[in-house]
Design a binder for this molecule. Structure first.
Ligand code: ZN
Length: 244
């Protein structure tokens, strides 16, 4: 019930949460694409990646512009990668899930989902997770959703287990995966995180089985997208009343 007073089904608040979440997700997508290239994500107006034409305000409205332009640049008609559109849809889902629960501070939950989505994006595109991406959610969690001393003990034990796992399997799992799992546990607690990791592991086994079935040789697979999918499904199941 931490910060449960922020929870309300008030329609205006729901719309505000959803719009905020979509805009943050859109910004997160820009960070994920620009951070690896050392490009500033604050300065510089949005432009087409192919013809470099600057985009006007109505061409950068999250979700709507992509659908209106049917995924193509308005100037050169080149197909636009759907990565930003996908993360904006995740932002939309995050806004709903954060508003229809009363366990966590909704804004920290939105921040968590978008952070994991940004990490999933860089994990897929660059097979790397920049720790700085996780920092805003860590800081806001520690300030606005302080853990009790007992929860801290569990979190520390969980951290030690994961670090030992990383040392034992460092050629199999990346440290970025460990960081994301620690962040999940920091915000959600240990039990929901264990359920999410278990669900993500089932998903990756299904993915691996399909790959094997099609005789594809499996190289490095990003784990964070599976964690993100499991996180959205676990929270969705909670919002719909299927689990606690
Ligand atoms: Zn273009």
């Amino acid at each position: 019930m931490i910060c449960g007073y922020l929870y309300s089904r008030d329609d205006n608040l729901l719309i505000f949460n959803i719009l905020l979440s979509i805009c943050l997700a859109s910004f997160g997508g820009v960070i994920a694409l620009r951070l690896p290239a050392n490009e500033s994500f604050i300065k510089g107006r949005s432009h087409c990646d192919y013809c470099y034409h600057q985009l006007t305000w109505y061409q950068i409205i999250p979700i709507i512009s992509y659908l209106y332009l049917q995924g193509k640049c308005a100037y050169c008609q080149h197909r636009i990668q759907p990565t930003i559109f996908i993360i904006e849809i995740i932002g939309l889902i995050a806004g709903f899930e954060a508003s229809f629960q009363h366990l966590y501070n909704p804004y920290i939950l939105i921040s968590l989902i978008i952070t994991v989505a940004v990490a999933a994006m860089t994990d897929v595109l660059f097979l790397h997770i920049w720790p700085i991406i996780l920092l805003p959610t860590i800081i806001s969690t520690v300030i606005w959703q302080p853990l009790t001393l007992i929860a801290w003990k569990y979190w520390l034990v969980w951290a030690i287990i994961l670090i030992l796992l990383f040392i034992a399997l460092h050629d199999k799992i990346g440290f970025g995966d460990i960081e994301v799992m620690l962040l999940l546990a920091l915000v959600l607690g240990i039990n929901p995180t264990l359920e999410i990791v278990l669900l993500a592991t089932i998903f990756i086994m299904i993915y691996y089985a399909i790959y094997q079935f099609n005789n594809h040789k499996l190289t490095a697979v990003a784990f964070v997208p599976f964690l993100l999918l499991a996180l959205l499904i676990r929270l969705g199941a909670y919002c719909l009343g299927f689990c606690q």
